[in-house]
Write a protein that binds this ligand. Structure first.
Ligand SMILES: [Zn+2]
Length: 127
């Protein structure tokens, strides 16, 4: 009769709609009393998620980044909705790979550039 029952929540937080894609996301309180918006109904194994993006639920319902390294192979975690949102750019999940790609881009540019004149090969004098 016009009364909307809220869905049961697994976290102490609430659900809200993503302003970018309109899908529901779980609002969870972090240990720092901030909010984090988590992808609902998704709990991948922690080792499949980049380290800084593994959120685990604590017994009091708050969430925190899972800091165990290496992760327990059976530990499951939550991920932020923004990583799964089709309407937001994917953040830099693997910074070292991004650095490597940048380095390779520079290497590829150098390789494509005209070769500098080759100097005759010189060996250091043996002692
Ligand atoms: Zn979204």
């Amino acid at each position: 009769m016009g009364v909307f029952k809220e869905e049961p929540r697994r976290l102490d937080g609430h659900q809200s709609r993503c302003p970018y894609c309109g899908l529901l996301q779980d609002r969870a309180v972090t240990l720092e009393h901030d909010w984090v918006l988590l992808e609902p109904d998704l709990a991948p194994l922690a080792h499949t998620v980049p380290a800084e993006h593994r959120w685990i639920e604590l017994s009091d319902g708050r969430v925190t980044v899972y800091g165990v390294c290496p992760p327990d192979p059976y530990q499951r975690c939550r991920v932020e909705h923004r990583l799964a949102c089709s309407a937001q750019p994917l953040p830099d999940l693997w910074p070292w790979l991004t650095m490597l790609r940048g380095e390779n881009e520079r290497r590829a540019e150098r390789q494509a550039a005209p070769e500098p004149p080759q100097l005759p090969e010189q060996w250091p004098d043996a002692g």
